[in-house]
Design a protein around this ligand. Structure first.
Ligand SMILES: [Zn+2]
Length: 118
């Protein structure tokens, strides 16, 4: 089977497993950093040795990371949905097979290298 015929069942299963594992990792990271994203309290005691400015910086960085994780989770959800539609591994723009080496770098990619560049 050539790449032009799309991915074989083993490759599909492998990419799907990678996506499911990454989604679980992102969820765990989101849970573990929940406290970091909580609004900074006015009460100095509540932030311990960190100054309020430091605490706000930590909170802002945690919020930015959380937004990146949310975007990544959305991309993974969309990729997983493509398995159900039998569209996984096919470019969502031109319909050509996505190079498996490209999927190996990022199993959530939705476009072939030609379409991603444009
Ligand atoms: Zn394409």
């Amino acid at each position: 089977m050539t790449t032009d015929d799309g991915l074989d069942a083993a490759a599909l299963a492998r990419f799907r497993a990678l996506l499911v594992a990454e989604a679980a990792e992102l969820e765990a990271a989101e849970r573990d950093t929940e406290a970091d994203r909580a609004p900074v309290e006015l009460d100095q005691q509540s932030v311990g040795r960190l100054s309020r400015m430091d605490a706000m910086q930590v909170q802002a960085m945690a919020a930015a990371q959380s937004r990146r994780r949310a975007a990544r989770r959305a991309a993974i959800r969309a990729a997983l949905a493509r398995f159900d539609e039998d569209e996984y591994g096919w470019c969502q723009l031109c319909g050509e097979a996505i190079d498996p080496r490209r999927l190996a770098l990022d199993p959530a990619v939705a476009r072939c290298v030609d379409c991603a560049g444009g």
